[in-house]
Design a protein around this ligand. Structure first.
Ligand code: KIV
Ligand code: ZN
Length: 519
């Protein structure tokens, strides 16, 4: 009979460790809610001891999100464990996930501890966590490069101390599938009390083998896979959730396992994570990339039209890509828009619908056909923008550019109710626009990242801009969409500046006793 594989999602913890991907509390909550719809078994919501913001984010997810277990990460140290418990204790089913390195290279250079000291610290951490909850996971960091008998010894001891999951990470993405599978098999045979715990794996993708290693681990006895949406994470990322889940779903003939994942939520989740982290999915990415179901060659197209299974091993609908029905245009009314949005899975309040309709009309005036992808972008940006107040609003933007002109931009903005204007020159129209906006808002922010994504094909496509900004220790992502790439950039910058100001205002509020880190 098929055996269940536990899906432990660490998008909000390891995924968030991707360079430039940090998320605020609101964004984490949105993703966590979506992960609950996706029906992951465990959401690792963050590393509570790392910052007050992370503790608050994990606590909010634990309070608000029902269904999956909510885990908080902690080093094998009392303060870390206490903070993790503080953060997850209100969850329906909380989990503490504690870790310590076991490889000699980490012991010698990073931790300066002996094997015996690490063993004692691991056992003490699990015992401490067990005082709070029966649901304790232990990870041996850099396990794939550790002495395997030593890992077996540590796992045996922590299971005796009460760990219910023991995780074997390939922290640096060094393992090769047949070697990794053999290690898992060895552990399953060698650990005498393994029947009292779930053996888990957590693979990084430095050699592009994270998914392969996770699958081979399952075939050798692992029953939990740690993974992230779109495979984001430290360096080259983690095992991609959608790839593991769809490999299991597609090759049931060879892999007699199942997950509880609602696969039709995969695509919406991928889009949301990409939008909020600002990490664009590469077009040829398996399962969720823009080209994953696109057939370019005429021979393939012809065959797919006759019988999809000729060149499609899974259907786009199985991962939640909706079949595009009739696109909307400038004559479409509010009712048609509402119907379309409901069909796409958006049940918006009348107030948000009114904003989306206004933006839709503006767009339809400039773009002949408005596709589902355009609408999806508008809705998400409108909804996301509402998660912070509009301290700054764009009123007008005029740019002058070309081969014969020094690029300049004139911006009119509403700044906390007051109208302000400024004109600036720049190296290009976007540079000029950013100079004018930062002058008006008096912002000293640093632009860490600027990325452009075209939503649909054609020269009238909606441009989606993502910016990453940093100021006074706060980092935010801003988004903007518009068929005019300069206007989209202005919108993205202003969205980011609103987020920065919001965070700064929040930080000025006095810290409550409850939110202070346990030290
Ligand atoms: O890669 C790793 O080893 C980790 C652990 C904290 C599980 O992320
Ligand atoms: Zn990791």
């Amino acid at each position: 009979m098929a055996e269940k594989i536990i899906i432990f999602d660490t998008t909000l913890r390891d995924g968030e460790q991707s360079p430039g991907a940090s998320l605020n509390i609101d964004e984490k909550l949105q993703i966590a809610r979506q992960l609950a719809l996706l029906q992951v078994d465990v959401i690792e919501a963050g590393f509570p001891f790392a910052s007050r913001g992370d503790l608050e984010a994990v606590r909010t997810v634990a309070r608000e999100v029902k269904g999956p277990q909510i885990a908080g990460l902690a080093r094998a140290m009392v303060d870390d464990l206490d903070a993790a418990w503080e953060a997850v204790k209100e969850a329906e089913n909380p989990r503490i996930h504690t870790f310590i390195s076991t490889s000699d290279i980490h012991l010698k250079y990073q931790m300066r501890k002996t094997r015996e000291e690490v063993l004692q610290a691991a056992v003490a951490a699990v015992r401490h966590a067990k005082r709070y909850t029966p649901n304790v996971e232990f990870s041996a960091m850099d396990a794939s490069r550790s002495d395997l008998d030593y890992v077996a010894q540590v796992f045996t001891a922590v299971i005796d101390a009460g760990a219910t999951t023991v995780n074997f990470p390939d922290t640096v993405g060094y393992a090769i599938p047949h070697e990794f599978g053999a290690k898992i098999k060895y552990l399953m045979e060698k650990i005498p009390n393994i029947d009292r715990a779930v053996l888990s794996v957590h693979c990084h993708n430095d050699l592009g083998l994270a998914v392969a290693n996770s699958l081979v681990a399952i075939m050798n006895g692992a029953r939990q896979v740690e993974c992230t949406i779109n495979g984001i994470g430290e360096r080259a990322g983690n095992t991609s959730l959608e790839e593991v889940v769809m490999a299991l779903a597609t090759r049931k003939d060879l892999l007699d396992y199942y997950t509880d994942i609602a696969t039709q939520q995969i695509y919406p989740t991928s889009r949301l994570v990409s939008k909020l982290t600002g990490m664009i999915v590469q077009p040829n990415k398996a399962i969720v990339g823009a080209n994953a179901f696109a057939h370019e060659s005429g021979i393939h197209q012809d065959a797919v039209l006759k019988e999809a299974s000729t060149f499609e091993i899974m259907t786009p609908t199985s991962i939640g890509i909706k079949k595009s029905t009739l696109p909307l245009g400038k004559l479409s009314g509010r009712h048609a828009l509402k119907e379309k949005l409901v069909e796409m899975g958006y049940n918006l309040s009348e107030a948000v619908l009114a904003q989306v309709f206004a933006r839709f009309k503006d767009l339809a005036d400039r773009k002949k056909t408005v596709f589902d992808e355009d609408l999806e972008s508008l809705v998400e940006i409108e909804v996301l923008r509402k998660s912070v107040p509009d301290y700054y609003k764009l009123q007008e933007l005029v740019v002058l550019t070309g081969t014969m002109a020094k690029p300049s931009a004139t911006v009119k903005m509403e700044v906390e109710g007051e109208i302000q204007r400024y004109s600036a020159f720049g190296d290009g129209p976007i540079d000029a626009t950013f100079k004018a906006i930062t002058h008006i808002t008096k912002s000293k922010c640093r632009l860490l990242k600027f990325s452009v994504n075209s939503i649909t094909g054609g020269t009238d496509a909606l441009g989606e801009i993502t910016v990453r900004l940093e100021e006074d220790g706060f980092t935010v992502t801003g988004h903007g969409v518009d068929p005019d790439i300069v206007t989209a950039s202005a919108r993205a910058l202003i969205n980011g500046l609103n987020r920065l100001l919001y965070l700064k205002n929040m930080a000025k509020q006095p810290e409550s006793e409850e939110t202070r880190l346990v030290n």
